[in-house]
Design a protein around this ligand. Structure first.
Ligand code: ZN
Length: 78
């Protein structure tokens, strides 16, 4: 599980995890964020799309699906 979820926020709009409006996996905060990339978590499908477009413009879209944040300790330093 995320050790300190309050330390994380949407990498697009900066909305803190646990804040109103943050989308959780299956709508449950304990399940973690609904959207994420290899760079961090995203608060909503809207920010996920915005991030995707930004990465496409940068030419830095990941070639593989982002790792599950619970399976990628490097994303969430404990
Ligand atoms: Zn956001």
């Amino acid at each position: 599980m995320l050790a300190r979820p309050d330390a994380y926020r949407c990498i697009e709009c900066g909305l803190p995890y646990r804040a109103t409006g943050f989308s959780y996996y299956h709508g449950d905060l304990d399940n973690g964020p609904a959207c994420w990339t290899d760079r961090g978590i995203l608060c909503s499908p809207r920010c996920s799309l915005a991030h995707h477009r930004k990465r496409a413009t940068e030419g830095t879209l990941p070639q593989e699906p982002a790792p599950d944040p619970f399976e990628a300790p490097s994303l969430f330093r404990r």
